[in-house]
Design a protein around this ligand. Structure first.
Ligand code: F6P
Length: 554
Protein backbone atom coordinates (compact mmCIF):
# COMPACT_ATOMS: atom_id res chain seq x y z
CA UNK A 1 0.00 0.00 0.00
CA UNK A 2 1.27 3.46 -0.91
CA UNK A 3 2.08 5.58 2.18
CA UNK A 4 1.62 9.34 2.12
CA UNK A 5 4.94 10.96 1.24
CA UNK A 6 7.05 11.38 4.38
CA UNK A 7 7.51 15.12 3.89
CA UNK A 8 3.78 15.68 3.44
CA UNK A 9 2.84 14.36 6.88
CA UNK A 10 1.76 16.75 9.60
CA UNK A 11 4.31 15.43 12.07
CA UNK A 12 7.21 15.78 9.60
CA UNK A 13 6.20 19.36 8.91
CA UNK A 14 5.92 20.08 12.63
CA UNK A 15 9.47 18.77 12.99
CA UNK A 16 10.65 20.97 10.14
CA UNK A 17 9.31 24.06 11.88
CA UNK A 18 10.75 22.91 15.20
CA UNK A 19 14.15 22.33 13.55
CA UNK A 20 14.38 26.01 12.60
CA UNK A 21 14.62 26.75 16.34
CA UNK A 22 16.61 23.69 17.28
CA UNK A 23 19.37 24.54 14.81
CA UNK A 24 20.10 27.63 16.92
CA UNK A 25 20.46 25.68 20.16
CA UNK A 26 23.75 25.09 21.91
CA UNK A 27 23.91 21.86 23.88
CA UNK A 28 25.98 23.63 26.55
CA UNK A 29 22.97 25.84 27.21
CA UNK A 30 20.55 22.93 27.18
CA UNK A 31 22.60 21.23 29.91
CA UNK A 32 22.88 24.44 31.90
CA UNK A 33 19.13 25.03 31.70
CA UNK A 34 18.17 21.50 32.75
CA UNK A 35 20.15 19.82 35.54
CA UNK A 36 18.05 16.69 35.02
CA UNK A 37 18.87 16.45 31.29
CA UNK A 38 21.01 13.32 31.65
CA UNK A 39 18.33 11.52 33.69
CA UNK A 40 15.61 12.67 31.33
CA UNK A 41 17.43 11.75 28.14
CA UNK A 42 18.75 8.32 29.00
CA UNK A 43 17.15 4.90 29.19
CA UNK A 44 18.09 1.29 29.73
CA UNK A 45 16.96 -2.18 28.75
CA UNK A 46 18.33 -5.72 28.42
CA UNK A 47 21.63 -4.83 30.11
CA UNK A 48 22.26 -1.77 27.92
CA UNK A 49 22.23 1.86 29.00
CA UNK A 50 21.74 4.60 26.41
CA UNK A 51 22.66 8.23 27.07
CA UNK A 52 21.31 10.37 24.26
CA UNK A 53 21.40 13.67 26.15
CA UNK A 54 24.36 14.93 24.08
CA UNK A 55 22.18 15.55 21.03
CA UNK A 56 20.74 18.81 19.76
CA UNK A 57 17.21 18.09 20.90
CA UNK A 58 14.85 18.46 23.83
CA UNK A 59 11.71 16.82 25.19
CA UNK A 60 9.54 18.48 22.57
CA UNK A 61 11.78 17.20 19.77
CA UNK A 62 11.32 13.69 21.06
CA UNK A 63 7.58 14.09 21.41
CA UNK A 64 7.38 15.28 17.79
CA UNK A 65 9.59 12.42 16.62
CA UNK A 66 7.43 9.92 18.50
CA UNK A 67 4.37 11.43 16.78
CA UNK A 68 6.06 10.92 13.45
CA UNK A 69 6.78 7.28 14.31
CA UNK A 70 3.11 6.80 15.16
CA UNK A 71 1.91 8.59 12.04
CA UNK A 72 4.25 6.48 9.88
CA UNK A 73 2.86 3.27 11.43
CA UNK A 74 6.22 2.10 12.78
CA UNK A 75 4.60 0.09 15.59
CA UNK A 76 2.21 -1.54 13.13
CA UNK A 77 5.08 -2.57 10.87
CA UNK A 78 7.07 -3.80 13.87
CA UNK A 79 4.16 -6.01 14.94
CA UNK A 80 3.79 -7.26 11.37
CA UNK A 81 7.47 -8.21 11.34
CA UNK A 82 7.23 -10.13 14.62
CA UNK A 83 4.05 -11.84 13.41
CA UNK A 84 5.78 -13.18 10.30
CA UNK A 85 3.92 -11.09 7.72
CA UNK A 86 5.73 -10.84 4.39
CA UNK A 87 7.03 -7.33 4.87
CA UNK A 88 9.95 -7.88 2.49
CA UNK A 89 7.76 -6.84 -0.41
CA UNK A 90 10.16 -7.23 -3.29
CA UNK A 91 11.11 -10.79 -2.37
CA UNK A 92 7.72 -11.78 -0.90
CA UNK A 93 9.37 -12.94 2.30
CA UNK A 94 8.73 -12.75 6.00
CA UNK A 95 11.45 -11.12 8.11
CA UNK A 96 11.88 -13.29 11.16
CA UNK A 97 15.41 -13.13 12.52
CA UNK A 98 13.66 -12.51 15.86
CA UNK A 99 12.21 -16.04 15.65
CA UNK A 100 15.76 -17.43 15.66
CA UNK A 101 16.22 -16.25 19.23
CA UNK A 102 12.71 -16.87 20.53
CA UNK A 103 12.22 -19.51 23.23
CA UNK A 104 10.88 -22.95 22.35
CA UNK A 105 7.36 -22.31 23.61
CA UNK A 106 6.79 -19.23 21.44
CA UNK A 107 4.63 -20.28 18.53
CA UNK A 108 5.52 -18.56 15.25
CA UNK A 109 4.25 -19.79 11.90
CA UNK A 110 5.16 -18.97 8.33
CA UNK A 111 2.90 -20.31 5.55
CA UNK A 112 1.29 -22.60 8.12
CA UNK A 113 4.63 -24.09 9.21
CA UNK A 114 5.62 -23.99 12.90
CA UNK A 115 9.03 -22.41 12.50
CA UNK A 116 9.95 -22.34 16.20
CA UNK A 117 10.06 -26.11 16.09
CA UNK A 118 12.34 -26.03 13.02
CA UNK A 119 14.59 -23.40 14.59
CA UNK A 120 15.05 -25.42 17.77
CA UNK A 121 15.66 -28.63 15.86
CA UNK A 122 18.60 -26.93 14.09
CA UNK A 123 19.82 -25.42 17.36
CA UNK A 124 19.88 -28.92 18.81
CA UNK A 125 22.05 -30.09 15.91
CA UNK A 126 24.35 -27.11 16.42
CA UNK A 127 24.64 -28.08 20.09
CA UNK A 128 25.48 -31.72 19.33
CA UNK A 129 27.99 -30.89 16.62
CA UNK A 130 29.75 -28.08 18.50
CA UNK A 131 29.96 -30.22 21.64
CA UNK A 132 31.50 -33.06 19.61
CA UNK A 133 34.13 -30.86 17.97
CA UNK A 134 34.98 -29.03 21.18
CA UNK A 135 35.25 -32.19 23.27
CA UNK A 136 37.49 -33.84 20.69
CA UNK A 137 34.96 -36.57 19.96
CA UNK A 138 34.64 -35.34 16.35
CA UNK A 139 38.00 -35.99 14.73
CA UNK A 140 39.62 -35.49 11.39
CA UNK A 141 40.14 -38.32 8.91
CA UNK A 142 43.42 -39.42 10.50
CA UNK A 143 41.93 -39.49 13.99
CA UNK A 144 43.32 -36.19 15.20
CA UNK A 145 41.30 -33.57 17.08
CA UNK A 146 40.18 -30.45 15.24
CA UNK A 147 42.38 -27.44 15.97
CA UNK A 148 41.38 -24.96 13.27
CA UNK A 149 38.06 -23.88 11.86
CA UNK A 150 37.94 -22.04 8.54
CA UNK A 151 34.64 -20.29 7.82
CA UNK A 152 34.23 -19.57 4.12
CA UNK A 153 31.49 -17.00 3.46
CA UNK A 154 31.05 -13.34 2.62
CA UNK A 155 28.81 -10.44 3.70
CA UNK A 156 26.31 -11.66 6.25
CA UNK A 157 27.80 -15.15 6.08
CA UNK A 158 31.13 -13.76 7.31
CA UNK A 159 30.81 -10.43 9.10
CA UNK A 160 28.48 -11.61 11.88
CA UNK A 161 30.27 -14.80 12.99
CA UNK A 162 33.67 -13.14 12.60
CA UNK A 163 32.71 -10.06 14.60
CA UNK A 164 31.09 -12.16 17.35
CA UNK A 165 33.97 -14.65 17.64
CA UNK A 166 36.39 -11.72 18.03
CA UNK A 167 34.14 -9.94 20.50
CA UNK A 168 33.78 -13.05 22.66
CA UNK A 169 37.40 -14.17 22.48
CA UNK A 170 37.45 -14.30 26.32
CA UNK A 171 35.07 -17.25 26.10
CA UNK A 172 36.84 -19.08 23.27
CA UNK A 173 37.94 -22.71 23.33
CA UNK A 174 41.72 -22.77 23.82
CA UNK A 175 42.32 -25.53 21.25
CA UNK A 176 40.33 -23.96 18.42
CA UNK A 177 41.68 -21.20 16.20
CA UNK A 178 39.07 -19.48 14.09
CA UNK A 179 39.82 -18.29 10.53
CA UNK A 180 37.50 -16.40 8.23
CA UNK A 181 38.01 -16.36 4.48
CA UNK A 182 35.68 -14.07 2.59
CA UNK A 183 37.51 -12.29 -0.20
CA UNK A 184 37.82 -13.75 -3.69
CA UNK A 185 41.36 -12.36 -3.53
CA UNK A 186 43.48 -15.51 -3.32
CA UNK A 187 45.67 -13.83 -0.70
CA UNK A 188 42.84 -14.27 1.80
CA UNK A 189 42.63 -18.03 1.20
CA UNK A 190 46.40 -18.35 1.00
CA UNK A 191 46.82 -16.66 4.39
CA UNK A 192 44.41 -19.11 6.03
CA UNK A 193 45.62 -22.27 4.31
CA UNK A 194 49.24 -21.49 5.05
CA UNK A 195 48.42 -21.60 8.75
CA UNK A 196 46.38 -24.80 8.98
CA UNK A 197 46.93 -28.54 8.80
CA UNK A 198 44.42 -30.47 6.65
CA UNK A 199 44.33 -33.30 9.19
CA UNK A 200 43.03 -31.03 11.94
CA UNK A 201 41.00 -28.43 10.05
CA UNK A 202 37.26 -28.11 9.72
CA UNK A 203 35.89 -26.02 6.86
CA UNK A 204 32.45 -24.42 7.13
CA UNK A 205 31.03 -23.33 3.79
CA UNK A 206 28.53 -20.64 4.74
CA UNK A 207 26.24 -19.21 2.10
CA UNK A 208 22.54 -18.56 2.26
CA UNK A 209 22.15 -19.03 -1.48
CA UNK A 210 25.17 -21.29 -2.09
CA UNK A 211 25.63 -19.43 -5.36
CA UNK A 212 27.69 -16.41 -4.27
CA UNK A 213 30.62 -16.33 -6.69
CA UNK A 214 33.35 -15.49 -4.15
CA UNK A 215 32.25 -18.16 -1.69
CA UNK A 216 31.90 -20.82 -4.38
CA UNK A 217 35.38 -20.10 -5.73
CA UNK A 218 36.85 -20.17 -2.21
CA UNK A 219 34.96 -23.36 -1.34
CA UNK A 220 36.24 -25.12 -4.47
CA UNK A 221 39.79 -23.99 -3.77
CA UNK A 222 39.59 -25.23 -0.18
CA UNK A 223 38.20 -28.55 -1.37
CA UNK A 224 40.97 -29.06 -3.95
CA UNK A 225 43.61 -28.03 -1.43
CA UNK A 226 42.20 -30.47 1.08
CA UNK A 227 42.06 -33.37 -1.38
CA UNK A 228 45.60 -32.65 -2.50
CA UNK A 229 46.95 -32.59 1.05
CA UNK A 230 44.72 -35.11 2.82
CA UNK A 231 46.22 -38.48 3.47
CA UNK A 232 46.29 -40.37 0.16
CA UNK A 233 44.21 -43.39 1.26
CA UNK A 234 41.15 -41.45 2.31
CA UNK A 235 40.57 -38.98 -0.56
CA UNK A 236 36.94 -38.01 -1.09
CA UNK A 237 35.73 -39.99 1.95
CA UNK A 238 37.79 -37.79 4.20
CA UNK A 239 35.79 -34.75 3.09
CA UNK A 240 32.91 -35.71 5.36
CA UNK A 241 35.11 -35.22 8.41
CA UNK A 242 36.35 -31.83 7.29
CA UNK A 243 33.60 -30.03 5.36
CA UNK A 244 30.24 -28.90 6.64
CA UNK A 245 27.86 -26.39 5.10
CA UNK A 246 25.37 -23.80 6.25
CA UNK A 247 22.76 -22.80 3.71
CA UNK A 248 19.15 -22.66 2.61
CA UNK A 249 20.04 -24.50 -0.62
CA UNK A 250 20.23 -28.29 -0.02
CA UNK A 251 20.45 -29.21 -3.70
CA UNK A 252 23.51 -27.01 -4.31
CA UNK A 253 25.20 -28.46 -1.26
CA UNK A 254 24.70 -32.01 -2.44
CA UNK A 255 26.08 -31.03 -5.82
CA UNK A 256 29.15 -29.59 -4.15
CA UNK A 257 29.70 -32.98 -2.52
CA UNK A 258 28.80 -32.25 1.08
CA UNK A 259 26.77 -34.91 2.84
CA UNK A 260 23.33 -33.42 3.73
CA UNK A 261 23.93 -34.86 7.24
CA UNK A 262 26.72 -32.29 7.49
CA UNK A 263 24.48 -29.45 6.42
CA UNK A 264 22.94 -26.97 8.84
CA UNK A 265 19.90 -25.38 7.25
CA UNK A 266 18.23 -22.03 7.65
CA UNK A 267 15.39 -20.33 5.84
CA UNK A 268 14.59 -17.65 3.29
CA UNK A 269 12.92 -15.51 5.95
CA UNK A 270 16.37 -14.86 7.44
CA UNK A 271 18.18 -12.02 5.67
CA UNK A 272 21.93 -12.52 5.19
CA UNK A 273 22.85 -9.52 7.36
CA UNK A 274 20.45 -10.76 10.06
CA UNK A 275 21.67 -14.35 10.03
CA UNK A 276 24.28 -14.61 12.78
CA UNK A 277 21.51 -16.03 15.03
CA UNK A 278 20.89 -18.90 12.62
CA UNK A 279 23.22 -21.76 11.70
CA UNK A 280 25.42 -19.02 10.19
CA UNK A 281 26.40 -18.59 13.86
CA UNK A 282 27.85 -22.12 13.90
CA UNK A 283 31.44 -20.76 14.19
CA UNK A 284 30.31 -18.87 17.29
CA UNK A 285 28.90 -22.02 18.90
CA UNK A 286 32.12 -23.86 18.03
CA UNK A 287 34.29 -21.07 19.36
CA UNK A 288 32.54 -20.22 22.64
CA UNK A 289 30.40 -23.31 23.15
CA UNK A 290 26.69 -23.84 22.79
CA UNK A 291 25.88 -22.52 26.28
CA UNK A 292 27.30 -19.09 25.52
CA UNK A 293 25.75 -19.14 22.05
CA UNK A 294 22.38 -19.69 23.78
CA UNK A 295 23.14 -16.73 26.10
CA UNK A 296 23.89 -14.64 23.01
CA UNK A 297 20.47 -15.53 21.57
CA UNK A 298 18.78 -14.88 24.92
CA UNK A 299 20.36 -11.40 25.15
CA UNK A 300 18.96 -10.53 21.73
CA UNK A 301 15.56 -11.96 22.69
CA UNK A 302 15.45 -9.75 25.80
CA UNK A 303 16.00 -6.72 23.59
CA UNK A 304 13.34 -8.01 21.15
CA UNK A 305 10.81 -8.19 23.95
CA UNK A 306 11.69 -4.66 25.01
CA UNK A 307 11.38 -3.40 21.43
CA UNK A 308 8.05 -5.19 20.99
CA UNK A 309 6.45 -3.92 24.18
CA UNK A 310 8.01 -0.69 25.49
CA UNK A 311 6.33 2.62 24.63
CA UNK A 312 8.17 4.59 21.96
CA UNK A 313 9.47 7.18 24.43
CA UNK A 314 11.21 4.50 26.54
CA UNK A 315 12.09 2.14 23.75
CA UNK A 316 15.85 1.99 23.14
CA UNK A 317 15.83 1.05 19.42
CA UNK A 318 13.03 3.56 18.75
CA UNK A 319 14.95 6.32 20.54
CA UNK A 320 18.25 5.51 18.84
CA UNK A 321 16.48 5.47 15.47
CA UNK A 322 14.53 8.68 16.06
CA UNK A 323 17.60 10.56 17.26
CA UNK A 324 19.55 9.31 14.22
CA UNK A 325 16.66 10.27 11.96
CA UNK A 326 16.61 13.77 13.48
CA UNK A 327 20.34 14.19 12.90
CA UNK A 328 20.13 12.91 9.34
CA UNK A 329 16.91 14.52 8.23
CA UNK A 330 16.79 17.83 10.03
CA UNK A 331 20.38 18.60 11.02
CA UNK A 332 21.83 17.40 7.70
CA UNK A 333 24.39 14.87 8.99
CA UNK A 334 25.52 12.62 6.11
CA UNK A 335 27.31 9.91 8.09
CA UNK A 336 27.44 8.24 11.51
CA UNK A 337 30.65 7.13 13.13
CA UNK A 338 30.65 4.06 15.37
CA UNK A 339 33.29 4.20 18.10
CA UNK A 340 33.47 1.13 20.30
CA UNK A 341 35.79 1.81 23.21
CA UNK A 342 36.45 -1.91 23.45
CA UNK A 343 39.19 -3.57 21.45
CA UNK A 344 37.23 -6.81 21.16
CA UNK A 345 34.50 -4.94 19.26
CA UNK A 346 36.91 -3.89 16.55
CA UNK A 347 34.84 -5.52 13.77
CA UNK A 348 31.57 -4.07 15.07
CA UNK A 349 31.67 -0.94 12.84
CA UNK A 350 32.20 -3.14 9.75
CA UNK A 351 29.32 -5.37 10.84
CA UNK A 352 27.02 -2.36 11.31
CA UNK A 353 28.08 -1.03 7.95
CA UNK A 354 26.48 -3.99 6.19
CA UNK A 355 23.51 -4.10 8.55
CA UNK A 356 22.59 -0.46 8.09
CA UNK A 357 23.87 0.45 4.63
CA UNK A 358 22.62 -2.68 2.87
CA UNK A 359 19.27 -2.23 4.63
CA UNK A 360 18.60 1.48 4.27
CA UNK A 361 20.82 2.48 1.35
CA UNK A 362 17.73 2.79 -0.84
CA UNK A 363 16.35 5.46 -3.16
CA UNK A 364 12.78 4.30 -3.72
CA UNK A 365 9.86 3.86 -1.35
CA UNK A 366 8.29 0.51 -0.68
CA UNK A 367 5.76 1.33 -3.38
CA UNK A 368 8.60 2.01 -5.84
CA UNK A 369 8.39 5.80 -5.97
CA UNK A 370 11.72 7.60 -6.36
CA UNK A 371 12.61 9.57 -3.25
CA UNK A 372 13.53 13.10 -4.19
CA UNK A 373 12.81 15.33 -1.24
CA UNK A 374 14.40 13.67 1.77
CA UNK A 375 17.52 11.70 2.63
CA UNK A 376 17.66 8.00 3.51
CA UNK A 377 20.38 5.88 5.16
CA UNK A 378 23.60 7.66 6.16
CA UNK A 379 27.10 6.31 5.63
CA UNK A 380 28.15 4.16 8.61
CA UNK A 381 31.83 3.87 9.44
CA UNK A 382 34.23 3.86 12.35
CA UNK A 383 36.91 2.11 14.36
CA UNK A 384 37.76 1.41 17.97
CA UNK A 385 38.67 4.10 20.46
CA UNK A 386 41.17 5.29 21.37
CA UNK A 387 42.74 4.55 17.96
CA UNK A 388 40.34 6.76 16.01
CA UNK A 389 41.24 9.72 18.21
CA UNK A 390 44.73 9.71 16.74
CA UNK A 391 43.53 9.41 13.18
CA UNK A 392 40.22 10.84 11.97
CA UNK A 393 38.78 12.50 15.11
CA UNK A 394 40.41 15.74 13.96
CA UNK A 395 37.79 15.99 11.21
CA UNK A 396 35.02 15.05 13.61
CA UNK A 397 36.01 17.88 15.96
CA UNK A 398 36.86 20.63 13.48
CA UNK A 399 35.81 19.52 9.98
CA UNK A 400 33.01 21.24 8.08
CA UNK A 401 30.64 18.23 8.27
CA UNK A 402 28.94 17.32 11.51
CA UNK A 403 29.19 13.58 12.14
CA UNK A 404 27.17 12.07 14.99
CA UNK A 405 29.06 9.41 16.93
CA UNK A 406 27.92 6.36 18.84
CA UNK A 407 30.31 5.64 21.70
CA UNK A 408 30.07 2.08 23.02
CA UNK A 409 31.84 0.87 26.17
CA UNK A 410 31.79 -1.77 28.90
CA UNK A 411 32.04 -0.39 32.44
CA UNK A 412 34.13 -3.35 33.58
CA UNK A 413 36.97 -4.97 31.71
CA UNK A 414 37.66 -8.66 31.27
CA UNK A 415 41.33 -8.14 32.13
CA UNK A 416 43.26 -7.15 35.21
CA UNK A 417 44.89 -3.95 33.95
CA UNK A 418 42.50 -1.61 35.70
CA UNK A 419 44.59 1.49 35.03
CA UNK A 420 44.15 0.82 31.29
CA UNK A 421 40.41 0.59 31.70
CA UNK A 422 40.18 3.87 33.60
CA UNK A 423 42.23 5.52 30.84
CA UNK A 424 39.99 4.00 28.17
CA UNK A 425 36.74 5.15 29.78
CA UNK A 426 38.22 8.56 30.55
CA UNK A 427 38.96 9.00 26.84
CA UNK A 428 35.52 7.81 25.82
CA UNK A 429 33.72 10.22 28.15
CA UNK A 430 36.17 13.06 27.41
CA UNK A 431 35.50 12.77 23.69
CA UNK A 432 31.74 13.01 24.03
CA UNK A 433 32.22 15.97 26.38
CA UNK A 434 34.56 17.67 23.90
CA UNK A 435 32.18 17.11 20.99
CA UNK A 436 29.33 18.55 22.97
CA UNK A 437 31.05 21.50 24.67
CA UNK A 438 33.72 22.41 22.18
CA UNK A 439 36.11 25.18 23.11
CA UNK A 440 34.97 28.69 22.39
CA UNK A 441 37.22 31.46 21.08
CA UNK A 442 37.22 33.26 24.45
CA UNK A 443 38.32 30.12 26.23
CA UNK A 444 41.13 29.66 23.73
CA UNK A 445 42.19 33.29 24.23
CA UNK A 446 42.26 32.85 27.99
CA UNK A 447 44.31 29.67 27.69
CA UNK A 448 46.83 31.27 25.36
CA UNK A 449 47.10 34.42 27.44
CA UNK A 450 47.68 32.30 30.53
CA UNK A 451 50.72 30.56 29.07
CA UNK A 452 53.26 32.69 30.94
CA UNK A 453 53.01 35.61 28.54
CA UNK A 454 54.87 33.72 25.82
CA UNK A 455 52.28 34.66 23.17
CA UNK A 456 51.94 38.20 21.82
CA UNK A 457 48.43 39.58 21.39
CA UNK A 458 48.79 39.29 17.63
CA UNK A 459 49.99 35.70 17.88
CA UNK A 460 47.04 34.85 20.13
CA UNK A 461 44.57 36.24 17.61
CA UNK A 462 46.30 34.36 14.80
CA UNK A 463 45.96 31.07 16.69
CA UNK A 464 42.44 31.49 18.07
CA UNK A 465 40.49 30.24 15.00
CA UNK A 466 42.75 27.20 14.64
CA UNK A 467 42.38 26.20 18.27
CA UNK A 468 38.65 26.85 18.56
CA UNK A 469 36.32 23.82 18.66
CA UNK A 470 32.77 24.62 17.56
CA UNK A 471 31.30 21.85 19.75
CA UNK A 472 27.55 21.26 19.67
CA UNK A 473 28.32 17.97 17.89
CA UNK A 474 25.95 15.12 18.69
CA UNK A 475 26.78 11.74 20.19
CA UNK A 476 25.14 8.80 21.93
CA UNK A 477 26.86 6.69 24.56
CA UNK A 478 25.89 3.06 25.02
CA UNK A 479 27.19 1.35 28.14
CA UNK A 480 27.02 -2.20 29.41
CA UNK A 481 28.50 -3.67 32.54
CA UNK A 482 30.62 -6.32 30.81
CA UNK A 483 30.84 -7.37 27.20
CA UNK A 484 29.25 -10.82 27.51
CA UNK A 485 27.42 -13.08 25.06
CA UNK A 486 24.11 -11.70 26.39
CA UNK A 487 25.02 -8.00 26.24
CA UNK A 488 26.56 -8.46 22.79
CA UNK A 489 23.35 -10.16 21.62
CA UNK A 490 21.32 -7.25 22.98
CA UNK A 491 23.65 -4.69 21.38
CA UNK A 492 23.34 -6.24 17.92
CA UNK A 493 19.56 -6.53 18.27
CA UNK A 494 19.44 -2.87 19.33
CA UNK A 495 21.05 -1.83 16.06
CA UNK A 496 18.98 -4.27 14.00
CA UNK A 497 15.80 -2.69 15.34
CA UNK A 498 17.18 0.82 15.04
CA UNK A 499 17.77 0.08 11.35
CA UNK A 500 14.25 -1.31 11.04
CA UNK A 501 12.64 1.77 12.59
CA UNK A 502 14.58 4.16 10.36
CA UNK A 503 13.65 2.12 7.28
CA UNK A 504 10.00 2.33 8.33
CA UNK A 505 10.26 6.11 8.75
CA UNK A 506 11.86 6.51 5.34
CA UNK A 507 9.37 4.04 3.86
CA UNK A 508 12.07 1.91 2.26
CA UNK A 509 12.29 -1.87 2.13
CA UNK A 510 15.13 -2.57 4.57
CA UNK A 511 15.22 -6.24 3.66
CA UNK A 512 16.27 -6.47 0.03
CA UNK A 513 19.62 -5.54 -1.59
CA UNK A 514 19.15 -5.25 -5.34
CA UNK A 515 21.90 -2.66 -5.47
CA UNK A 516 24.57 -5.36 -5.27
CA UNK A 517 23.41 -7.20 -8.40
CA UNK A 518 24.62 -5.08 -11.32
CA UNK A 519 28.28 -5.32 -10.34
CA UNK A 520 27.98 -9.10 -9.96
CA UNK A 521 26.69 -9.51 -13.52
CA UNK A 522 29.34 -7.26 -15.03
CA UNK A 523 32.11 -8.99 -13.03
CA UNK A 524 31.10 -12.37 -14.49
CA UNK A 525 31.35 -10.98 -18.01
CA UNK A 526 34.70 -9.31 -17.42
CA UNK A 527 36.09 -12.39 -15.65
CA UNK A 528 35.36 -14.46 -18.78
CA UNK A 529 37.05 -11.79 -20.87
CA UNK A 530 40.13 -11.74 -18.66
CA UNK A 531 40.36 -15.54 -18.75
CA UNK A 532 40.13 -15.50 -22.53
CA UNK A 533 36.87 -17.47 -22.46
CA UNK A 534 35.15 -14.67 -24.35
CA UNK A 535 36.27 -11.72 -26.44
CA UNK A 536 36.27 -8.36 -24.73
CA UNK A 537 33.03 -6.63 -25.46
CA UNK A 538 32.81 -2.96 -26.02
CA UNK A 539 32.67 -1.42 -22.60
CA UNK A 540 33.28 2.25 -21.98
CA UNK A 541 36.76 3.61 -22.72
CA UNK A 542 37.97 3.39 -19.14
CA UNK A 543 36.82 -0.20 -18.58
CA UNK A 544 38.24 -1.29 -21.96
CA UNK A 545 41.56 0.30 -21.05
CA UNK A 546 41.70 -1.38 -17.65
CA UNK A 547 40.83 -4.80 -19.13
CA UNK A 548 43.53 -4.40 -21.78
CA UNK A 549 46.13 -3.55 -19.13
CA UNK A 550 45.17 -6.56 -17.02
CA UNK A 551 45.22 -8.91 -20.03
CA UNK A 552 48.69 -7.71 -20.93
CA UNK A 553 49.88 -8.48 -17.39
CA UNK A 554 48.21 -11.86 -16.85
O1 F6P B 1 25.67 -9.66 -2.42
C1 F6P B 1 25.16 -9.28 -1.18
C2 F6P B 1 24.80 -10.49 -0.37
O2 F6P B 1 23.70 -11.11 -0.93
C3 F6P B 1 24.53 -10.13 1.09
O3 F6P B 1 23.27 -9.64 1.30
C4 F6P B 1 24.81 -11.45 1.74
O4 F6P B 1 24.99 -11.33 3.12
C5 F6P B 1 26.06 -11.87 1.01
O5 F6P B 1 25.86 -11.42 -0.32
C6 F6P B 1 26.36 -13.34 1.02
O6 F6P B 1 25.31 -14.09 0.47
P1 F6P B 1 25.25 -15.66 0.63
O7 F6P B 1 25.14 -15.96 2.10
O8 F6P B 1 24.04 -16.11 -0.13
O9 F6P B 1 26.52 -16.24 0.07
Amino acid sequence: MRQPLLTSTASYQALQTHALDAKQWQMRDLFAQDPQRFERLSADAAGLFLDYSKNRLDGRTLALLANLARERGVERLRDAMFAGEKINLTEHRAVLHTALRAPKDKQITVDGQDITHDVHAVLERIRTFSDAVRSGQWRGHTGREITDIVNIGIGGSDLGPKMVCLALRQFAHPRLTMHFVSNVDGHDMDAALSRVNPETTLFIIASKTFTTAETMMNANTARSWFLKHASAQSGEQALAKHFVAVSTNVEAIKKFGIDPDNMFPFWDWVGGRYSVWSAIGLPVALCVGYGYFADFLAGAHALDEHFRTAPIEQNLPMILALVGFWNREFLGCPSVSIAPYHQDLNRFPAYLQQLDMESNGKRVTRAGDIITDYETGPVIWGDVGTNGQHAYFQLLHQGTDVTPIDFIAALRPAHEFLNHHAALLANCFAQSEAFMKGKMADEVRLDLAGQGGENSAAEIERLVPHKTFPGNRPSNTILMEYLTPATLGALIALYEHKTFVQGALWDVNSFDQWGVELGKVLAKKIEAELNGASHPEQHDGSTNGLIARAKAAI
